[in-house]
Ligand binder design. Sequence first.
Ligand code: C2O
Ligand code: CU
Length: 501
Amino acid sequence: MTTNRSGPSDARLSRRRFLLLTGGAVGAATLARPRPTLAAVPSLALRQVGSQTAAIPLIAGPATVDLAGRRARTWAYNGTVPGPVVRVTAGETLRVKLTNHLEQATSVHWHGIALPNAMDGVPGVTQPGVEPDAEFDYEFVAPDPGTYFFHPHMGMQLDQGLYAPLIVDDPHDPGGYDAEWIIVLDDWTDGIGRRPERILARLQRGMGMGSGSTSEGGMDMGGMDHGDMAAGSLISDVLGGMAGDVAYPLYLLNGRPPKDPETFTASAGQRIRLRIINAGSDTAFRFAVAGHPLTVTHADGYSVVPVTGDAVLLGMGERVDALVTVDDGAHPVIARAEGKGKSARAVLRAGSGSITRWAAPELDRQLLTVADLSPDPAVALATKAPDRTHRLALGGNDMTYRWTINGATYDPAVLYPAALGERVRLVFENTSTMWHPMHLHGHTFAVVRDESPGVRKDTVIVTPGETITVDFDATNPGRWMLHCHNTYHLEAGMMTTVQVA
Ligand code: C2O
Ligand code: CU
């Protein structure tokens, strides 16, 4: 199958193109409908409208993506990278039928959604893996509006093309913007550099930087190391040291490499809601729009007190919604792979003009991080003393490539308990020399600041030497994964389970 490399955000796709992208397999009932509360939403969306309609078909299978002329064999959902945008209105039932056309078992995890445990998509924990040629029906109510995404919870599949946005619309969205664009960021090696499994194997053999990189445009012939960056060269101040383990050959914005950027078109003066998703495996992105301040309105789907800055940082698994008011002309949209010397990019165009310099000085001005965010009072957790505290020491290093929680790699028998209804405190203490974006399934915690519950998140960056405390109400029964969202760290053990019973 040849994949159309179009991103999810082109609001002007023709119906013909839409049918082409979805292979015509999608019933009319699941096509996007114009929504009264929004002036424009992307038309390339599979919207669930009411539970009586057919389930949205989602096929995980081999695909070929065109990366500015380089064809890369990979695995993708419905043949596109990112996969199709799935949309549902909060409180409504989402039904998705997953068909596995891969050569190994898979699953779909709905990252950030407070869904019933059996729908959480963790093979061996919440369901059996979906075997090749088998199907699985996911069906759940998406209770909370926001920007989410979905991906497998299986091996290195997330570092291939298997990821897509999940947008839960707010039936009471106050609006205040003219259009929205979905921006999915990713670090890419599959099909053009080393395969993710090989990178992991090299890292575990202590071969240092498991670079997916070969010479630009070259194919990985196996064992060729030119293009690797020297160990220790991927450095970021804001991440407190080493930025990552993998120097990727490419960084993608909506599936497109820098040489073939997507163009977002608007009229000067329009306000655009950006829904930015970091679907990468080993890369934090620093995002900015040249010449435009960003006003962050949501973090990990939940509203925050709006705060304006020049750039925003996203670890793997994190999402940010931000408003920009568009200026006349053509402007670079840049997602810098933090500490890795390369970027993903797109064009913001209002009126005429062309981009002469791919730069955004905003990237090095006021950078918004979790420390700058506080919750919208409407979604803040009530102040309450924790009923129970779990301390989680994050350990490991690049030599042994064993990444641990309290000294242990993943063991399904280890459960951190919580009783239903308790206020639970997790204290992440990073004793390693690398940062970790820590993610909890099934709940949205509050990052504790000055002893009170702050911004709501499901994924939070913990830098080396740092201690981050989060509180959550254990309202969702089941076994929930708690892990680092670095795909390599996760595979190398940095995962455990919280049991709410
Ligand atoms: Cu997106 Cu277990 O995570
Ligand atoms: Cu990690």
